[in-house]
Design a protein around this ligand. Structure first.
Ligand code: XMP
Length: 521
């Protein structure tokens, strides 16, 4: 069996917005890597046993007091080191070079002129060695004077030393960002470093990851029983498929129908998992419990809290009926692990707030099983496909934990949820039909509990308003309204007003985030 964790790379994070991207690119190359903070100890790094080290960029300047420091062990390990941006500058300073604030900040596309042959910048394209590369820069400071025993291997207009290399040791610095897709041949360049310079093997593939995870899960849980809250979202779905493959009937899933799901969602989840895959799934029909707990509450955060609390109550009640459970599985993924405050060396345990099961009966004393803790979202999706889950489930837009509860403005009522579900289905179906679904990052309909006048035939109607929302975003922290064609939006609006009783008017939300958010509540 292949060891998926062999010859890994450690990435030291100085705080760059691109650090996770470096890790994702290295993983794309089939090499397992982990992101660690500068306080990673020598003992921890030796236990990890990396084949190479990458130093990330940073929003800070090595020229400022208090800027993040290189861990002392970095150059004592006899390992290849690649410093990117701040990482290169920190390396230059460490070996006696000089870093200065450049007169011109360089942000965006730049041309890297290859000054000297090296094993790192050795890119052949269409039979010829490249002498220039189009790269992505984002820096204020730059290396002004090379450290002793380093040579300049590349330059750009605003960074005369834009790439450097030690004369005899495998130490490299790049001022630009090879991890960003705008850097031409960036992935190849990272490949040169991890495969050729570090000698890392390409064992991190979906098939190998599944095989490894199945083995680890079996060893971890033995004959114990495992409980999983299945939401129908990508993460919990992949956990369900993975655990089912590993331990079959020792897994029981609880799916809570909170009445705030999309049209046919509960049936779809039961069909995929229970009927098609033979997973043991208990579907708890808790619609009434949620609607009655939400009655009379209009404030968004209070609604979220109620939905969270009722979820825990229902989940606990169902869980208590299952005998012999020792483990609680969760779909925690790698970004949750690295982004959680106080994470030290990736060991922190995070419980997702919307899956908060802190209320589980004390006597159950469940141990946490998190088989996706090492995976990025794109890797989770690839695993889902590998495990045979339908593409429509694996590549679905994100859906918030509180569901339609935050898409019905103000008080939630079953009547509103029923109307919204139908409108939402039309919008999503049309996005698929016209091939727009995968071009937008998230799309949905919002229910506005205000009435507006319309006419149907000769009759005057006085019904509700809905708004379509479709955004494009990379990270969901910022987003812009998707410029869907007006003809398409008008077609969707027509279908909704004609086919859904209770809606007289459809609008399109043009706002960006910030200042608006993606959801309306
Ligand atoms: P906002 O509305 O904050 O949304 O711009 C950003 C992303 O987060 C999702 N979202 C939530 N997800 N529980 C969740 O699990 C929530 O309470 C919640 N609120 C927003 C939203 O759908 C979008 O993808």
């Amino acid at each position: 069996m292949v060891n998926v964790h062999e010859t890994p790379v450690v990435i030291i994070d100085f705080g760059s917005q691109y650090t996770q991207l470096i890790a994702r690119r290295v993983r794309e190359l089939g090499v397992y890597c982990e992101i660690h903070h500068t306080d990673m100890t020598e003992e921890a790094v030796r236990a990890f046993n990396p084949a190479g080290i990458i130093l990330s960029g940073s929003p800070e300047s090595t020229l400022e007091a208090g800027s993040p420091q290189l861990p002392s062990w970095v150059f004592e390990m006899d390992l290849p080191v690649l410093g990117i941006c701040y990482g290169m500058q920190a390396m230059a300073k460490k070996f006696g070079g000089e870093v200065a604030a450049g007169n011109h900040r360089e942000f965006g596309a730049a041309t890297l002129v290859i000054e000297q042959e090296s094993d790192l910048l050795d890119i052949t394209h269409e039979g010829a060695k490249l002498k220039e590369l189009n790269v992505w820069m984002s820096h204020g400071d730059r290396v002004e004077k090379l450290p002793e025993n380093f040579v300049c291997i590349g330059s750009s207009q605003n960074a005369p030393i834009a790439a450097m290399k030690h004369e005899s040791k495998p130490y490299y610095g790049l001022q630009f960002h090879p991890e960003v897709t705008h850097s031409e041949f960036g992935l190849e360049l990272l490949g040169k470093f991890v495969h050729e310079i570090c000698g890392s093997k390409s064992s991190w593939t979906p098939a190998n990851i599944v095989e490894d995870a199945v083995k680890t899960i079996r060893e971890t849980v033995g004959n114990d029983h495992v409980l999983l809250g299945l939401s129908g979202g990508v993460d919990s779905s992949v956990v369900a498929a993975l655990l089912h493959k590993a331990i079959g009937d020792q897994l029981t899933c609880v799916f809570v129908d909170n009445g705030l799901l999309r049209l046919g969602e509960a049936e779809q989840v039961m069909k995929t998992f229970a009927d098609n895959m033979g997973v043991k799934v208990i579907c708890a029909d808790a619609r009434e419990a949620f609607y009655s707990a939400l009655a009379g509450e209009a404030e968004p955060e209070a609604k979220r809290k109620i939905i969270g609390r009722v979820f825990v109550e229902v989940f606990d009640e169902e869980a208590a009926k299952i005998d012999n459970v020792k483990w609680l599985a969760q779909g925690t993924i790698y970004p949750d692990v690295i982004e959680s405050a106080g994470v030290k060396n990736g060991k922190a345990h995070v419980i997702k707030s919307h899956h908060n099961v802190g209320g589980l009966p004390e006597h159950m004393k469940l141990k946490l099983l998190e088989p996706l803790r090492e995976l990025f979202k794109d890797e989770v999706r690839k695993l889902g496909i590998e495990l045979g889950l339908p593409e429509t489930m694996v590549y679905r837009h994100p859906f918030p934990g509180p569901g339609l509860g935050v898409r019905i403005l103000g008080e939630v009522k079953e009547e509103y949820a029923d109307i919204l579900r139908q409108a939402d289905k039309i919008f999503i179906d049309e996005l698929f039909e016209q091939n727009y679904y995968n071009r937008v990052s998230q799309a949905f309909v919002v229910f506005l509990p205000v009435k507006s006048v319309g006419v149907v035939g000769d009759a005057r109607q006085y019904e509700y308003v809905v708004s379509l929302r479709a955004v494009e975003t990379i990270d969901f922290m910022t987003a812009k309204c998707s410029a869907l064609p007006l003809e398409f939006l008008m077609h969707v609006a027509n279908r909704i007003t004609n086919e859904v009783r209770g809606i007289s008017r459809v609008t399109y939300d043009l706002s960006s985030k910030p200042p608006s958010t993606i959801e309306w509540e």
